[in-house]
Design a protein around this ligand. Structure first.
Ligand code: ADP
Ligand code: MG
Length: 367
């Protein structure tokens, strides 16, 4: 089922807040897509999910399922299901009775609903646990039963609201893979809310990054990570280095004048000369070499995208080593560089270094 939101706004009644919980949100989620809503606490993720489920109504705008306007439809007429971790199952019922509950409510005859329940339980590899109670199952198994129950009830869209947030870190990692393959195997459209960028990057087909009631960017994990549309997105999805500048030669790539020298970066929008921009580079895209004695006085003269800096700290992280560097005239501008900690390079605090990076790793953002 395809799900579309058409300029949806939600203001809670009696809310003292001056900004709506959601403002003019438009998005189209393809049938079978595993779609993520990612953003900080309070940005409107749960509100968006509850609007799709039909638990609350928008103040303005429309919600469409396969092109059909469902905006006024109540929750039980929508064919969506919220799947929460743990408390999605009735504890006093067996696995079979939990999964049969939906069909039973619809008046499906006993033999038929038994067959339907078993079919869905087999699909999530829980066919041999039909007589157990939920408290006799692991968290992952409960999640599977909850999915089977939703599917047996005829759900065409699965809605997850931070389903892994109560699990410990190890189990959470394991469940990411498991939940992803489970959801993809159902072929059902699924929307998943999280504030954890690693969860979103590792599981999503596409991600909508949200901030204060708006969708800031929609794209595949690679697109939003490597081509953030704003400084907020760049920051929220991982570590990023920033440098203010102005376009000195427009085009794609463009040349950018910064306080530390000229940089070259991709500018798909081909902003005009003198436009103020922020250059953004991820730490893992920054290479680090000991600065040559000669180039010290001729600040980053020859090579493109080379900045001279001084290492202020170095942290060993097992697989990686992360360096923090500052620039001579601007000690308050810090840049991070992450290199593989394979022992091939040894640099220490106080060392003068040259930071280099490819033009296609420099993302230009509006300032
Ligand atoms: P998230 O799930 O991203 O943390 P929510 O959708 O829960 O965000 O909340 C978005 C905004 O709407 C917040 O400012 C929150 O305080 C407000 N809000 C949420 N639910 C209600 C409610 N029932 N009444 C009034 N304001 C609410
Ligand atoms: Mg929430």
């Amino acid at each position: 089922m395809e799900i579309a939101l058409d300029v949806v706004t939600k203001e809670y009644e009696g809310s003292s807040s001056s900004t709506p919980a959601l403002s003019n949100v438009s998005v189209k989620i393809a049938s079978g897509e595993f779609f993520f809503l990612l953003g900080p606490s309070g940005c409107g993720k749960t509100t968006l999910l509850r609007l799709i489920a039909g638990l609350i109504q928008p103040t303005a705008g429309r919600i469409l399922f396969d092109g059909r306007d469902v905006t006024g439809l109540p929750v039980d007429k929508r064919g969506t299901a919220l799947v929460f971790q743990g408390y999605a199952l009735w504890p006093h019922m067996t696995v079979r009775d939990n999964v049969e509950f939906g069909p039973k409510m619809r008046g499906v005859p006993r033999d038929e609903r038994r067959r339907l329940a078993f079919e869905q339980l087999e699909r999530v590899e829980m066919g041999e646990f039909v007589d157990r109670k939920p408290n006799q199952l692991s968290g992952g198994q409960q999640q599977r039963v909850a999915l089977a129950r939703a599917l047996a009830a005829g759900t065409q869209c699965l809605l997850f609201d931070e389903p892994l947030s109560n699990l410990d870190a190890r189990l959470r990692l394991h469940m990411r893979d498991e939940l992803k393959s489970l959801v993809k195997s159902t072929g059902v459209t699924a929307i998943y809310v999280t504030h954890d960028q690693k969860e979103a990057l590792s599981m999503a087909d596409r991600i909508a990054v949200m901030n204060v009631g708006e969708i800031v960017q929609i794209g595949t994990p690679e697109e939003v990570y490597n081509r953030p549309a704003t400084r907020f997105v760049a920051d929220f999805l991982g570590e990023a280095n920033f440098l203010d500048g102005r376009i000195s030669a427009s085009g794609n790539p463009a040349r950018i004048k910064t306080p530390f020298g000229e940089l070259v970066g991709l500018d798909e929008r081909q902003r005009p000369d003198d436009s103020p921009v922020i250059c953004c580079v991820r730490p893992e895209h920054v290479r680090l070499e000991r600065a040559q004695q000669v180039s010290e006085s001729v600040e980053s003269s020859e090579s493109e995208n080379a900045l001279t800096a001084t290492i202020v700290s170095s942290v060993y992280l097992g697989d990686m080593r992360q360096y923090v560097c500052t620039f001579d005239a601007h000690a308050d501008t810090e840049w991070r560089a992450a290199t593989l900690a394979d022992g091939s390079q040894r640099l220490d605090p106080g060392d003068r270094v040259q930071l280099t990076f490819d033009a296609d790793r420099v993302v230009l953002l509006d300032r």
